[in-house]
Design a protein around this ligand. Structure first.
Ligand SMILES: C[S@@+](CC[C@H](N)C(=O)[O-])C[C@H]1O[C@@H](n2cnc3c(N)ncnc32)[C@H](O)[C@@H]1O
Length: 295
């Protein structure tokens, strides 16, 4: 992250969700009708006409093949996971690196729970202004927790903001691990594994290590890496999908379920989306906190 600057990448993924959500019901893969309200004036042009929306998506996928597919798939998958967790019963939700995630405002069932939005201070400051404009005021069920994962731990910031370590909690970490160091990833997972109530779970996306170090050779990977570097948000952390199970087991988690882009495409890219691309160099994983293991 560029010091003191709000994440540009957070706006770009929001624009992909906004564009997807403007498509007719039978065509869209994810539905985040609030995404367009979070866009800055230039990006909000995608809402002006179908031509601008299609051109913008075409251009994004030309620069980084499959990137819009990847983003809409992971949002859909996490939305469904959140819905399942809410049906099973959760007490708290923690969204880490929240960006312009609109789930606290668009999921009615979250409005009687506590939602912690944890994010880099500059990004969160910008979001708070937008939420005030969109909702009229800040909703009472959302607690905003500014943090720099590189300099602070969740332990320092969440407890002082009312987080209850005995409650059943879902942690969402969408599109964030890529941008922080392995040490910050470890510190965060350590907190989650050791400070959440029975039945708590985490879901997060990640990119492969070979993409981060430029050796993957997979379609679009190098273009994507270079684009992020240019934007001042270079990819830092990656892990191969073959290692994610062991990685999480050794950090106090159990029941690890990893999903590849290929497997998500089969489920969600049907009908008009059948031939759509999704960058293959990323995964989404969820896991439960192992009650028998304190690390
Ligand atoms: C690609 S955006 C994803 C935003 C959101 N989760 C989504 O999917 O729309 C990456 C997010 O990670 C956050 N982030 C990056 N580095 C961070 C750091 N060192 N500490 C806290 N948050 C960070 C950014 O502020 C941004 O919100």
């Amino acid at each position: 992250m560029k010091e003191e600057k709000a994440s540009r990448t957070a706006e770009i993924v929001t624009a992909f969700r906004a564009a997807e959500s403007l498509k007719p019901a039978g065509e869209r893969v994810c539905y985040d009708p609030m995404a367009k309200d979070f866009l800055s004036s230039r990006l909000s042009l995608i809402g002006r006409s179908e031509f601008i929306r299609k051109t913008a998506l075409w251009y994004a996928d030309r620069k980084s093949p499959g990137i819009t597919g990847l983003v809409v798939l992971r949002t859909r998958y996490i939305d469904e996971y959140l819905t399942t967790c809410m049906e099973d019963g959760i007490d708290q939700l923690v969204i880490m690196g929240a960006g312009y995630d609109s789930r606290p405002y668009r999921f009615e069932g979250l409005k009687n729970k506590v939602v912690f939005e944890v994010d880099y201070p500059a990004t969160q400051g910008k979001k708070i202004k937008k939420v005030k404009r969109i909702c009229g005021s800040l909703p009472g069920h959302v607690v905003y927790v500014p943090i720099d994962f590189e300099r602070e731990t969740l332990e320092e910031r969440l407890f002082e903001n009312g987080y209850d370590r005995n409650m059943k909690t879902l942690f969402i970490w969408e599109g964030v691990t890529t941008y922080i160091t392995a040490e910050a990833v470890d510190n965060t997972l350590f907190f989650v594994a050791n400070n959440s109530g029975a039945g708590s779970t985490i879901i997060f996306s990640y990119v492969f290590q070979s993409v981060v170090d430029g050796t993957s050779g997979m379609e679009g990977a190098e273009k994507w890496r270079k684009a992020l570097e240019k934007r001042g948000e270079p990819p830092v952390f990656g892990i191969e999908s073959s290692k994610i199970n062991e990685f999480l087991l050794s950090r106090g988690f159990c029941n690890v379920k990893d999903a590849s882009m290929e497997s998500l495409k089969k489920v969600y890219f049907t009908g008009r989306n059948q031939n759509r691309k999704a960058s293959p160099w990323a995964g989404i994983v969820y896991a439960a906190i192992d009650p028998g293991q304190s690390v």
